[in-house]
Structures are given as structure tokens and as C-alpha cells.
Design a protein. Structure first.
Length: 202
């Protein structure tokens, strides 16, 4: 089962970016609650939306807030597991049971970031795998039923031929019987005429 295509549409941010850059990222990608972080296309971890909010709110006053937005995001990066883009469902599921993967896992291709698989995408993947498995079972069942229908049809055709042959034999026998009865009746008539001819009147 392949990883859903939506997982590969998950943008990332480069390590070393500023908090301002991170705010801009969340504004552009409003539906994302987690930001995968990369360094030269290699995944380094994630930053959760809640972590950035807590970090920012921990500073008081507009002056401090303005100063921290120029800081690097590196202190906020949380490491999480990654998996190859070609991984199968049975390889991915155990990773989601880990505490550090509660938000998702990073998808890599030769150690380069190529997507992020969150719980929603995992459920979609499991649903599609289950659906594909049921479709395979249904196709196997259909094939079995088709084979049974073909076998029964062949049996009915064979029995039909046998019945047609028996009907033809019966019809032929009936014709012979009618002919035999005609000949017997004709024989009786000829015998009666011969008897009358051979017997003098008197």
C-alpha cells in the first residue's frame, strides 16, 4: 500500500529560519499544525504550532516580542522518526505508537525530505489498504463464482445434448414402431385378401 499523495504535498521550512519566517509559514499553510524542518533537504524534525505559541507567549511586552521574532527556530525543533517513501503499512504502523511520533512521521527518499504523514493520512492509508484487501477478496470470490457458473453451464449444455440425443433416438424408434405397425396391418390385410381369394364361394 502506497503512502497517500497528500503526504507528499506537505511543505517544510529550512532550519535556521527566523520565528517571523515560521509565522509566515503558518499563515500560508493555515491547515498545517506541524511544520517539518529540513537542513539542505534532510529532515531534522518538526515544530508544532502549539510549541511556537508557547514560546512566543512566554515573552512579555511588545519590545521583547519584536526582538524574539528574529531568533532562529532551531531551539523549537523536536526530532521525530522518519520512514522511506516506499515503506509499507506494516512498517509505518509501529512508528506511530512511539511518543515522539504522536504528530506524525517524516517521509524521506534517500534521506531527503519528501513529505509528512500525519494521523489523518495514516487513517486514510489504512482505510485504502483495507478497501484494497476487500476488493481483492471480492475479485477472488467473483472469479470463483464465475468458474462455478461456467462449470454448471457446461454441465447443462452436456445434459441438453444428451437429452436431444435421447429425444432423437426416441423419435426414430417411434417412427420405426409406426412403420412396423403399418406393415403388420398391411400384412393382415394382404392375408385376409389372400384368404378370400383362396376360399371358394359357397
Amino acid at each position: 500500500m502506497a503512502i497517500p499523495a497528500t503526504a507528499f504535498e506537505y511543505p517544510s521550512i529550512e532550519q535556521g529560519a527566523s520565528i517571523d519566517d515560521l509565522f509566515d509559514f503558518f499563515k500560508r499553510n493555515r491547515r498545517q499544525r506541524v511544520v517539518p524542518v529540513t537542513h539542505r533537504q534532510r529532515p531534522t524534525g518538526i515544530i508544532r504550532e502549539n510549541d511556537i505559541k508557547q514560546y512566543v507567549y512566554s515573552f512579555y511586552g511588545p519590545a521583547l516580542l519584536k526582538n524574539i521574532t528574529k531568533n532562529s527556530i532551531d531551539a523549537l525543533i523536536q526530532p521525530i522518526p522518519s520512514v522511506a517513501a516506499t515503506a509499507a503499512l506494516h512498517e509505518i504502523l509501529p512508528l506511530f505508537s512511539r511518543q515522539d511520533a504522536k504528530d506524525g512521521i517524516i517521509i524521506t527518499d534517500h534521506d531527503h525530505y519528501c513529505g509528512f504523514l500525519d494521523a489523518h493520512s495514516l487513517v486514510t492509508m489504512m482505510y485504502e489498504e483495507n478497501l484494497a484487501e476487500k476488493n481483492r477478496a471480492l475479485q477472488a470470490l467473483n472469479k470463483g463464482l464465475e468458474q462455478k457458473v461456467e462449470a454448471r453451464t457446461a454441465e447443462l449444455v452436456r445434459k441438453n445434448r444428451e437429452l436431444e440425443s435421447a429425444l432423437q433416438t426416441l423419435s426414430h424408434a417411434q417412427k420405426q414402431l409406426v412403420e412396423a405397425e403399418k406393415m403388420a396391418a398391411l400384412g393382415n390385410l394382404v392375408a385376409g385378401v389372400a384368404h378370400e381369394i383362396n376360399t371358394p364361394l359357397g
